[in-house]
Design a protein. Sequence first.
Length: 88
Amino acid sequence: MRLRWRLLLGEKIDHCCQKLKAKILTPAITESEFAQKSIDTEAFDFEANMPKYHTAKQMAGFMVNLYDSNEVVRIVDRNYTFNLKRKN
């Protein structure tokens, strides 16, 4: 359901605004300052507290990959692998 919504959103923006191209990256848990800020702590050890996560560098790579592709959605699966999804 979520994937279909994301694909429809990208398609709607493509049709509505010919000069705009919508691409949607759906990240999983990403190593960032958000965790430490949300629990108000000085440090948060991702390796000790999260079974799986992506680094900011990995996410940047996923973003560049999506930008360079013809697909509109990149989504994480249960194995934390990102997959590009094509419009129907």
